[in-house]
Design a binder for this molecule. Sequence first.
Ligand code: BG6
Ligand code: MG
Length: 223
Amino acid sequence: MEKNKLKAVIFDLDGVITDSAKYHYLAWKALADELGIDFDEAYNEKLKGVSRMESLELILANGNACDKYTDEEKFSMAEKKNDNYKELIKQITPADVLPGIMDFLNELKAAGIKIALASVSKNAPFILKQLELEDYFNYVADAAKVPNAKPFPDIFLAGMEAFSLTPEVCIGVEDARTGVEAIHRAGMKAVGVGTPSEMEEADLLVTTGELKLELVKKAFNME
Ligand code: BG6
Ligand code: MG
């Protein structure tokens, strides 16, 4: 069978390009503590890749508090978390790009493979700027314009469609279970770089430091 040529790699941001997932955790933890709701890093795994308002609902559900607050109160809680998060991510610098990511991006660029960002975070453009990575990305999906968050495939499909490609020639890179599901629903192969227990469905599980073009092509029988 003829091999597919790899034409685009579509990346998640939080937890893949940089460890901003830890700042999401800290900002949600501060809110949960204030509300008197139990919240730890294990429960936080459920929030990875999940939109802001859905994340809040998951935290409230952990304290049986979903019905305790009005929508308005919930919006202001989410805003508070986001304000706190925005303060935390100001400290991100280019030194915070995760190991192996720069080399992988350079390999892709040199090979003429398109690079896209598929993050549901409204803060993604700011983080890319802090990391000084804006020039590497041929396309950054606008989270505000994507109708359905992960695990729906929309954001990965947006990346693919921006290059007028089909799923067989694209791959996605994720650290969240919900993100791996989104990649699969888009019809693409998924590289998982997250906590192994959350990456059972990934087609290839690596650390960011192990991400190499040859390894990925070989794993997916691509050229
Ligand atoms: C995802 C994160 O990338 O973005 C989630 O994994 C986060 O944890 C989501 O909730 C939305 O991000 P933001 O920055 O718009 O609240
Ligand atoms: Mg992520």
